[in-house]
Ligand binder design. Structure first.
Ligand SMILES: Nc1ncnc2c1ncn2[C@@H]1O[C@H](COP(=O)(O)OP(=O)(O)OP(=O)(O)O)[C@@H](O)[C@H]1O
Length: 752
């Protein structure tokens, strides 16, 4: 395909010329402001210079470009050309071609070689040599290999440029277009013409609607089978990822497919046709069907994997410890640890010792951690093994007990409270960024596994973890099923609780209350749907400041500052909000707190990234499990250094986490966010001395009982609620749990 074949933008207003100065350019979103020398334009201009603004892939200074867009009057900066899309033209004059060839884009071509090439082959060389390396061999002294390299380079460059231009016509922004081109390289146009729907699965950020629009423009028929297949897969994946389903029923699938394919979905794909297409997809194993339930293969296998493991555990017999021995050992543990266990706590410890698998549940302050510690000591006593990690340093024997939790903060808390080493599940499983080292063939080591915060476990992680449990290892799952369910698909803890044959103990008596906590009491009341009469009354450890939505950020800010003035650190105080956007959302609150507690300062380095500013000293949150460093989703740290001039492959920012300082390159900055405020979901598994929790009706879509309960129970010493009391009352009434489709309970109960 020739560049002249792509006369896509004919008729649109344009400016043609060269960039002469970069005023501003943000590599992350390709937003830039440039001064341009205009050599040609669709309308007459008074001068030959223009300020152009917009998202565009950065052109090379010597490249001839055409920008399509329109003139706009900016309140502050005056007349500017707002760019919609940009096309790079091949240079045409001898001088420009020499500059282009020797610009560094083509390895090994310096100014002299470039001049020789143009001298011998003339101004059409760029197009010709891209197609045929033989032409270059006419240049004296040009080796065959070098001719081939230059030709390949030219071909690749022109193909990529054409691909970008091809993508802009579909309304793709430069960032997404660049991602597409990086995925398919010089085959972009071909691949998309072949099947535009492949973009959904192969390029992040493109959904069904965008791929469908591209297919429409490309002339693909509305009733093309590829269209239906793409809609079906997209509908299935979205339902599972956004709602947490493991599978969707045929009715649910049809409804979602119709929504995507409307109008006329039913006529375009009548029942019989649909059935045949779905059957074909099942045959090709792109989805799995079981009794009219449709699964993504990875979810089907994960759910079955978990069921197989749990069944195996339940079938295993653990030799019961004689009762007198058990009770004697519990007594000794009580003495050692100076705790008098309550009856139910003792029952939990004894059940744990004699069960291949057990679930321990309970709300905050009911003594789950105390029992975990008790179980570890009891286990060590009966097995006659040491709990001192030093005793295992020089030995072949593995440490007998593995404590793990889904987040780094939860693991740290567990280890501090029990005095026994604990890690994240990802670390336990040897997470390597895109795979786990530990699996059924390379299981984890030890005899007892205790996992805390199991409500956060989705079916994928549960499967990874369970399959890496070696034969004979006892498993104890600990959690609070009234908390928010896992972010990923499944309802693992709830499903396992519905399997009657799994031994479980529920702790209900609250112990922290004895230490005078009214927060826990409030949490337990709200969990039962009750709003205490003294909700608004000041308590020694909690307050409710009634205010309107517009006043919420002021109230938060005041309370935040008061806490800092009293000596609490940024890490002791945490604001939690259910949503990110809006005047009382996480983003706004972060902006306001940052402005006050860590304001702009000429002596403090900062870096603008997307809509955020990261400044030296800011508190930040890790949003995903880091692929190179042991830093996990939910970990918080402080920015200790910024180098805004760092190159693409060098770190631009460092964050000090608990145990280490972690560098971030520019393309890793999407892994962190400001953390003065964060969502309740992100705070799962963490606790803070002071929690500030705004509740206003503007959050109504997200306000649910389990969310409020989870938010409130994150606070250890002091809880500050602010906002509209009726919003809290409204939220607590919203009890109906999300209905997530899963059949884990049935699978475990079923005879296979
Ligand atoms: N039998 C007991 N006697 C006295 N105090 C107890 C007992 N059990 C637990 N506690 C105390 O109650 C408090 C809460 O216990 P623990 O931290 O074990 O509960 P938890 O369920 O893990 O709560 P959370 O999830 O909020 O951390 C602790 O201070 C603990 O020492």
């Amino acid at each position: 395909m020739d560049q002249s074949d792509l006369n896509l933008f004919s008729g649109e207003d344009y400016l043609k010329g060269f960039l002469i100065q970069e005023i501003f350019y943000n590599e992350e979103n390709q937003y830039g402001v440039f001064l341009m020398r205009v050599t040609e334009s669709s309308e007459t201009m008074e001068t030959d210079e223009a300020v152009i603004v917009g998202n565009m892939v950065l052109p090379h200074p010597d490249e001839l470009i055409v920008v399509y867009g329109e003139w706009k009057e900016h309140v502050k900066y005056g007349r500017q050309y707002q760019v919609r899309h940009i096309k790079k033209e091949l240079p045409q004059t001898q001088e420009a071609i020499v500059k282009y060839l020797s610009s560094g884009l083509f390895p090994g071509v310096g100014k002299k070689t470039a001049e020789k090439i143009v001298h011998f082959l003339g101004p059409n060389v760029l197009k010709q040599a891209a197609r045929d390396p033989e032409i270059l061999k006419r240049v004296p002294g040009m080796s065959e290999q070098r001719a081939q390299t230059i030709s390949n380079g030219l071909h690749e460059h022109q193909a990529l440029e054409q691909a970008l231009v091809y993508l802009y016509q579909f309304g793709l922004g430069p960032a997404v277009a660049l991602k597409v081109v990086q995925t398919y390289k010089e085959n972009t146009v071909e691949k998309i013409r072949e099947n535009p729907y492949r973009l959904i699965e192969e390029v992040e950020g493109i959904g069904f609607r965008r791929a469908d629009a591209i297919a429409r423009k490309g002339g693909l028929a509305l009733d093309a089978p590829e269209r239906f297949e793409a809609a079906a897969l997209f509908a299935l994946r979205e339902s599972c990822l956004s709602t947490g389903h493991i599978f969707v029923t045929r009715d649910q699938l049809d409804e979602e497919i119709d929504r995507l394919l409307n109008p006329h979905a039913q006529e375009l794909f009548p029942l019989e046709n649909r059935q045949a297409l779905l059957e074909r997809m099942v045959e090709e194993e792109r989805m799995i069907e079981d009794h009219d339930r449709y699964y993504l293969p990875s979810l089907f296998y994960a759910e079955h994997g978990v069921a197989v493991r749990v069944k195996e555990w339940l079938e295993r017999k653990v030799e019961p410890t004689p009762a007198h021995e058990l009770y004697k050992a519990v007594g000794e543990v009580e003495e050692e640890l100076q705790v008098a266990y309550a009856e139910r706590q003792r029952e939990a410890m004894i059940t744990a010792i004699d069960s291949p698998v057990m679930i321990l549940t309970g709300g905050p302050g009911t003594g789950k951690t105390t029992v975990i510690q008790g179980i570890c000591h009891l286990f060590a006593k009966l097995e006659e093994c040491s709990l001192d990690p030093k005793d295992y340093e020089a030995s072949e024997k593995p440490y007998p007990i593995r404590l793990a939790a889904p987040t780094g903060r939860a693991a740290k808390r567990m280890s501090e409270a029990t005095g026994i080493p604990a890690t994240t599940i990802h670390r336990l499983l040897g997470w390597k960024g895109d795979f786990f080292e530990r699996d059924a063939d390379h299981p984890i080591e030890g005899s007892l596994l205790i996992v805390d915060e199991v409500s956060m476990l989705d079916i994928w992680l549960a499967n990874q973890l369970f399959r890496a449990v070696p034969r004979g290892m006892q498993v104890i799952l600990v959690g609070d099923d009234d908390q928010l369910p896992s972010v990923g698909p499944g309802r693992v803890l709830q499903d396992l609780l519905e399997v009657e044959s799994i031994p479980r103990v529920e702790l209900t008596d609250i112990y922290r209350q004895e230490e005078g906590s009214s927060i826990i009491e409030l949490a337990h009341r709200l969990k039962g749907g009750e709003i205490p009469k003294d909700l608004l009354a000041p308590h020694s450890d909690r307050r409710f400041f009634p205010c309107k939505r517009d006043q919420v950020t002021d109230v938060i800010l005041k309370t935040y500052q008061q806490a800092l003035n009293r000596g609490y650190t940024l890490f002791d105080v945490q604001v939690l909000a259910p949503i990110y956007k809006g005047p009382a959302g996480v983003n706004k609150i972060n902006e306001v707190i940052q402005q006050t507690v860590n304001p702009p300062d000429p002596n403090r380095r900062e870096l603008t990234w997307g809509d955020s500013v990261f400044r030296y000293g800011d508190k930040v949150l890790q949003l995903v499990n880091h692929s190179e460093h042991p830093v996990y989703n939910g970990d918080m740290g402080k920015i200790t250094s910024i180098d805004e001039k760092a190159g693409k492959d060098d770190p631009v920012l460092w964050v000090q986490f608990d145990r280490q300082e972690v560098p971030y390159k520019r393309n890793q900055l999407n892994q962190i966010a400001l953390a003065y405020a964060c969502s309740v979901h992100k705070a799962q598994g963490s606790e803070f001395a002071i929690v500030i929790f705004p509740v206003v009706m503007a959050y109504h879509r997200m306000l649910k009982r389990n969310l409020i309960y989870t938010g409130i129970t994150r606070s250890k010493s002091y809880l500050i609620l602010c906002g509209e009391p009726e919003a809290l009352k409204y939220g607590v009434k919203q009890k109906e749990r999300e209905q997530r489709n899963s059949q884990l309970t049935d699978l475990i109960n079923r005879e296979w």
